[in-house]
Design a protein around this ligand. Structure first.
Ligand code: PMP
Length: 423
């Protein structure tokens, strides 16, 4: 039998260290919300491949759709010889995204690529260059993705210079004293002191920040951004790569606000584990770039499209929007109970549906990133895949598959509680 230790030695010798690993356990197989490593140890999966597995590992419907497609057609490149699953998925995404205007879709591979293309489309459609993003945002590891990302370490260190014409405003965060008012005032200030609004192509925002710490922008704030965009002819891009596909109790998190964005980026849980991202937007904007100027060899591969169509069906058929809400309530109530039962290091408990987080603090009330790191290490060693995130590194986030049973989620929470008590 291969051991985790042997695998780790091989990994260290062969794989770049920048592609870091949270655990040194090597996954062999998985089912729904459980993973087994090469030594047969079982893990409850609260990471969901970082938000990719809202319908769980290897959902039978997704597997069947991919298998079926695999025997029909694996690859032609959509740009060489198009195929039905790409078109069918574009139709589906156009219909399930907010707004009843005409929409069009471009399929790609990764979240970062969807973001890159959102900026390309916005620039082509407006003839403007500048883009405004937010502090704490994460938009990917490509050059524009890094430029838009609002956190220096580890994402941007040593990789500059980045594309020009990117500006950042503070993301509203009441927990750390940034009200929606403060954030809007800063945004208006930016348009006075740094960039002429008539040069701004787009404002890009995560309705709920993912890597930034699971902070949700208030609905009034998103509405104010929409008004600001309309006033100045700026396009509003929402990045739903992490928050989309039932994670927050809606198909897309922006639906909590009533705002209709111009462009939406999505990836991760779109395709239930297959590699796929999409940019969906107003038809006239999406048609701005000329033929051949956007696209990708693998973007919207037949199997990924089949997986995505099946994934969306599963979300609809299995009532995962309501389930997401219930999962969020279950986890939130347990976090609160832990806090009340002596784990006073827990604070700032928050949830947007099943996008749940809490923060860890030291005895002085300061964000405790070291404790979060220790908790993640202890939990994973005890059979629970758990993730931290956030500007201060002290946020514990849960992205458990929404198809997990209450019993399994409770078992995972028990491991988290025991791990935290043992620190
Ligand atoms: N945008 C958001 C909001 C994300 O959470 C991520 C990934 N964590 C990305 C973009 C980049 O996605 P990918 O890693 O697939 O490039």
């Amino acid at each position: 039998m291969t051991t985790n230790q042997e695998m780790q030695a091989r990994r260290e010798a062969a794989v770049a260290r920048g592609a870091a690993n949270i655990t040194q356990f090597y996954a062999e197989k998985a089912s729904n919300a459980e993973v087994w490593d090469v030594e047969g140890n079982r893990y409850i999966d609260f990471a969901g491949g970082i938000g990719v597995l809202n319908v769980g590992h290897l959902h039978p419907k997704v597997v069947a759709a991919v298998e079926n497609q695999l025997h029909q057609l694996m690859h032609t490149c959509f740009h060489v010889m198009p195929y039905e699953p790409y078109v069918a998925l574009a139709e589906k995404l156009n219909s399930i995204t907010p707004g009843d205007h005409a929409k069009k879709t471009l399929l790609l591979n990764t979240g970062a690529e969807a973001v890159e293309n959102a900026v390309k489309v916005a620039r082509a459609a407006t003839g403007r260059s500048a883009v405004i993003a937010f502090n704490g945002a994460f938009h990917g590891r490509t050059m524009m993705g890094m430029a838009l990302t609002g956190k220096v370490a580890p994402y941007k260190v040593g990789f500059g210079p980045f594309p020009a014409e990117v500006y950042h405003a503070p993301y509203p965060n009441d927990y750390y004293g940034v009200s929606a008012q403060d954030s809007l005032a800063a945004l208006h200030g930016l348009l006075k002191t740094d960039v002429d609004p008539t040069r701004v192509a787009a404002i890009i925002i995560e309705p709920v920040q993912g890597e930034g710490g699971f902070y949700q922008a208030p609905a009034e704030f998103m509405q104010a951004i929409r008004e600001l965009c309309d006033e100045h002819g700026i396009l509003m891009i929402v990045d739903e790569v992490q928050s989309g596909f039932a994670r927050t109790g809606k198909m897309f998190a922006i639906e909590h606000t009533g705002v209709i964005p111009d462009l939406i980026t999505m990836a991760k849980s779109l395709a239930g584990g297959m590699t796929l991202s999409a940019l969906v937007g107003k038809a006239e904007l999406m048609d701005a770039p000329g033929p051949g100027s956007v696209g990708s060899t693998y973007g919207g591969s037949p199997m990924a499209c089949a997986a995505a169509l099946a994934t969306i069906e599963v979300i609809e058929e299995e009532g995962l929007l309501a389930r997401s809400q219930a999962v969020g309530e279950l986890i939130t109530s347990r976090f609160l109970a832990m806090k009340e039962n002596g784990l006073s290091c827990i604070g700032h408990i928050r949830a947007a549906g099943g996008m749940v987080a809490c923060e860890l603090f030291d005895t002085q009330g300061q964000p405790d990133a070291e404790k979060a790191r220790q908790l993640v290490a202890k939990a994973t060693a005890s059979g629970l895949l758990l993730l931290s995130c956030g500007t201060y590194g002290n946020t514990i986030r849960v992205l458990v598959p929404l198809t997990a049973s209450d019993a399994l989620i409770e078992e995972g929470l028990d491991i988290m509680e025991q791990s935290l008590r043992s620190l």
